[in-house]
Write a protein that binds this ligand. Sequence first.
Ligand code: FES
Ligand SMILES: [Fe+2]
Length: 383
Amino acid sequence: MIIDPLDRPLPGASLHPTLTGDAYTDPEVFRAEQASIFETMWNCVLRADALPSPGHWRTVQVGREEIIVVRSRSAGIRAYYNVCAHRGMRVCTGYEGVSRKLQCGYHAWTYTLEGDLAAAPNLTSMPDVDREDYGLRPVHVREWLGYVWVSLADEPPNFDQEVLGEVRTRFGEVESIDNYGIDRLRVAESKTYDVGANWKLIIENFMECYHCATIHPELTEVIPEFADGLASQRAGGAVHGSGFGQDVAGFTVDGSESGLSELPSIAPDQERRYYAITVKPQVFINTVPDHVIVHRMTPISPERTVVECDWLFAAEVVDRVESGELDVARSVELFHRVNLQDFEACELTQPSMSSKAYKGGGALVPSEHHIGEFHEWWRRTLR
Ligand code: FES
Ligand SMILES: [Fe+2]
């Protein structure tokens, strides 16, 4: 068994209590989480290249709000509440579209891509309707790693400190996450999983590898140390890269060669290694030498979470995949199986959260101490 000095358990603790079952089922708890976590912190909502030119828009769910994310003409990507300033109808309907202006389908108030009110029937005879005051209500937007991040807070958390700094530090025992050039990669495959489980069960699952030997036969073949139950996350410390097995040629479903070159700027310590981090509250980033896998979660209800997973490869690889010259199916299949295995475990856990037998919660073993730290963060944040 590999004993990693960084993976030490909480001092003096053998078993540690979990949250109680109601934290995963209670609508009041869920409302508090929506308000204090998802409607406050930075949420990663979509890949920026999904909006290739001005006028492309998408609607996304953030907390209890629907948000329009649009590429404007003058100011890059902007985001607004999808709420008409007139009488509140949804301005954009559907999942995505392209338009020169954003027009509400009720009384035809029309907004520029920059969110100002541009036109409305009889507007000239209503001098007290100020075009700026009656614009779409904006939300804060950042781009990072090629993704659009939004915060609904009036005063958003400092992105550089809360997201970038923390991720770089935690990724950085070797080199930083920047080596993978994630902003320049392209999505070769995307899958959406509608998971019948509370979002915290999904994060907790991602934070430990105690379950890896039981439910992830393909993953433990490729990364044998996972069979010992040690996760590659080191909450509170630098992330540990987990090495590929000796006979493993690539991060593929059967450990065979992927046929892809390594990403050009990775460091020697990032070769033949897998790294994973959680960017609270809703993103997981997994890196291997030739691709990157990004999960983003959207909690829908206490017992339902949508997870979107992107497989990102070098742009020239994606070009060759699109022309049919190259196939990345074996690379994608590995983490797709891991996802299905993990989400099934979460779905089989969720019903027990309302059981009398789990009222007082369960136990965390020492190698699950990252989950204990997550629970501490959760308590602090909700307080
Ligand atoms: S509600 Fe949008 S124009 Fe009236
Ligand atoms: Fe897992």
